[in-house]
Design a binder for this molecule. Structure first.
Ligand code: M6R
Length: 613
């Protein structure tokens, strides 16, 4: 997830770009850049300064003030290529006459890059984006104008994109287009704008067009023309937006947590994007483990903390069933103190949204020192763990600002399940058809998640009924067990209520003694192999007076008969099920916390990234 901005026809173009980038920083901040375009050429400045990138860019561009009335800008969240200045946008073609900003992922960038370099293009970055500038350069060289060159480029690329493209040959023109990634166009009588999101434009105009997939907008000072992929005029409805700027920065949501929950279908989709090769093999290009390495493994150990640990617990079921390899999942802060038995046939997987959690980092270092192969599943490109590991599997959830992990957890489970499928393929434990079925189910989750998110009102209504409860138990079995742990953690973390997560079968070994009227038991009873046993465990607590809330798949009337309240979710295959079953538990925690008047984005005593042991 990156942020893009553009303007044509404004005397203060540079300020507009910088102000817009500040408002888009929530979409990424590992580097930032602007290009002002005039007949004299492209003035480009790029800075990679972490969270200070946009502020540093403001300082570094003072000399450019008034240089041009049009330009594009970008704030980056790296997915391909390190977060360095040479990978920062805008990117240029070989001639330096085309400047381009991009948000999204170009899936076939590697094959396009080899074709371009074979015909003499020099690629100056390691990004997936830069190929687009060179493809447009080829179109221009063949006699196309900028719009035609962009149109023919789109035919060649696979993946997701929102683009702003400019050329020195027509410096008042910005060509904007999108597929999957969002893009907004803004209008005034004298200037035109583009941005990834509404907040970046709200202090300049409230007349906005949300471009549709494959539409191409031709932005000139005071006019915008929209055409479809074939060049025919397209209908573009101008919306009048009356949000205030503060709300708009959270995409119209009240807080980052609800925005990030809404981002979940895209987070999972983007994590899966381009990771199934044309040959039917799961493709994890930065993993850096050969097929022979994978075949020689004798065990997998996942090390992680908090919600990332829960993602690792879900993955254990997938690795063991699909790849038939033993898996241990360890709390990272305990791992190295138990003197684990490791050698080069052990694969240690660190799972960490931030890639900076010191307990996980130290566990990975310990494993590496003991000779194990070490990889990390991380959401932050070039995080400490990504730099130190032998290989990386990036989740592509975009920046997560809320302290409670939401979209990154679902993306971690998806990424780990991809790795489990890859291992199963290479070790000959699954056929191509079996892998294709499981992968298709992962892909289907985008729409399943969207449907589940749409049921937030039902969950909030249950939360309102239970607003006075103070003791919560979350139960699950099989992959529903880590789902329950995650539900309990979310509730504790943001509502400060007492919550425990247990495997359903464990209750009778002690915890059942504390169940009494007033306790709320939330149980995950979706369609896994132990659903019936889970329902029996629920009956045990119900008969002790607890109020029972069940997470059930649509149509499970038998389950509903046991419950006082239900959170309905669409059906899915059991190992993918946690990815959607976690959602109502997030929504439940959110509704209870908001009902208690708490700040869900900044819970007391907690930090987003824990860098102390
Ligand atoms: O950045 P990491 O994934 O390594 O962080 C691990 C935990 O600190 C984190 O998941 C924490 O438990 C969350 N705040 C839970 O919502």
């Amino acid at each position: 997830m990156c942020g893009i901005i553009g303007v044509t026809g404004a005397a203060d173009a540079l300020d507009i770009l910088l102000d817009g980038l500040e408002r888009l920083e929530y979409r990424g901040y590992d580097s930032a850049g602007v290009a002002l375009v005039s007949p004299a050429g492209v003035d480009r400045v790029r800075i990679a300064d972490g969270t200070h990138s946009v502020a540093s860019l403001r300082g570094a561009t003072e000399v450019l003030n008034g240089r041009s009335r049009s330009g594009v800008g970008h704030t980056r969240w790296a997915t391909h290529g390190h977060p360095t200045e040479h990978n920062a946008h805008p990117h240029l073609d070989c001639s330096g006459r085309v400047a381009l900003v991009h948000n999204g992922i170009i899936e076939n960038h590697a094959e396009l890059a080899s074709r371009l370099t074979a015909t003499g293009h020099i690629l100056a970055s390691d990004t997936d984006t830069e190929v687009l500038a060179h493809l447009i350069e080829e179109g221009l060289a063949a006699g196309d104008d900028l719009i035609a060159a962009v149109r023919s480029t789109l035919v060649e690329v696979r993946g997701a994109f929102a683009l702003g493209v400019m050329s020195v040959d027509d410096p008042d023109l910005i060509v904007a287009t999108r597929r999957i990634s969002p893009l907004i166009v803004g209008l005034t009588d004298t200037a035109s704008y583009l941005a990834s999101d509404i907040p970046a434009l709200l202090d300049r105009t409230r007349d906005l067009i949300a471009l549709e997939d494959d539409q191409i907008a031709e932005l000139r000072p005071g006019s915008v023309m929209v055409t479809d992929a074939q060049g025919a005029p397209a209908t573009a409805t101008v919306l009048r937006i009356d949000w205030d700027i503060d709300a708009a920065q959270k995409g119209g949501f009240k807080d980052f947590m609800s925005k990030e929950m809404a981002d979940q279908p895209a987070a999972v989709r983007d994590t899966l994007r381009g990771r199934m090769g044309d040959d039917g093999m799961i493709a994890l290009d930065q993993l850096d483990l050969s097929d022979d390495d994978l075949r020689l493994l004798t065990k997998v150990i996942v090390v992680a903390c908090g919600s990332s640990f829960h993602a690792g617990l879900v993955a254990k079921y997938a690795f063991e069933r699909w790849a038939r390899i033993p898996v241990e999942v360890d709390i990272a802060s305990e791992f190295r103190y138990r003197d684990p038995v490791l050698d080069a046939t052990a694969l240690v997987i660190g799972v960490s949204q931030s890639g900076e959690t010191v307990d996980t980092l130290q566990a990975m270092r310990h494993a590496r020192d003991d000779g194990a192969r070490v990889v990390v599943v991380s959401n932050v490109v070039d995080s400490s763990m990504a730099r130190e590991a032998d290989g990386v599997l990036y989740t592509r959830a975009g920046p997560e600002i809320g302290v409670a992990a939401t979209k990154t957890v679902l993306a971690q489970i998806a990424a780990l399940e991809l790795l489990a499928l890859r291992l199963a393929q290479v070790r000959g434990e699954m056929t191509g058809e079996q892998v294709a079925v499981e992968f298709a189910e992962l892909i289907r989750l985008e729409s399943v998640l969207a449907e589940t998110l749409g049921r937030a009102g039902d969950v909030a209504a249950v939360a309102a009924q239970l607003a006075h409860a103070t003791d919560f138990f979350f139960l699950g079995r099989h992959a529903g067990f880590p789902t329950a742990l995650e539900g309990a953690l979310k509730l504790k973390e943001i509502s400060y209520l007492h919550a425990e997560g247990y495997p359903g079968g464990e209750l009778k070994h002690g915890p059942l003694a504390v169940i009494e009227p007033g306790c709320v038991v939330v149980a995950v009873a979706t369609g896994g192999p132990l659903r019936e046993k889970m329902l029996s465990n629920v009956s045990e607590v119900k008969s002790r007076g607890a109020t029972v809330v069940l997470v059930l798949e649509d149509g499970d009337d038998e389950g509903a008969a046991v419950a006082d309240y239900t959170f309905w979710v669409p059906a899915s295959r059991d190992l993918q099920s946690p990815i959607k079953d976690i959602v109502p538990l997030q929504q439940f925690a959110y509704a209870l916390a908001v009902g208690r008047g708490l700040d869900v984005d900044r819970p007391r005593n907690l930090a987003k990234t824990v860098t102390v042991e």
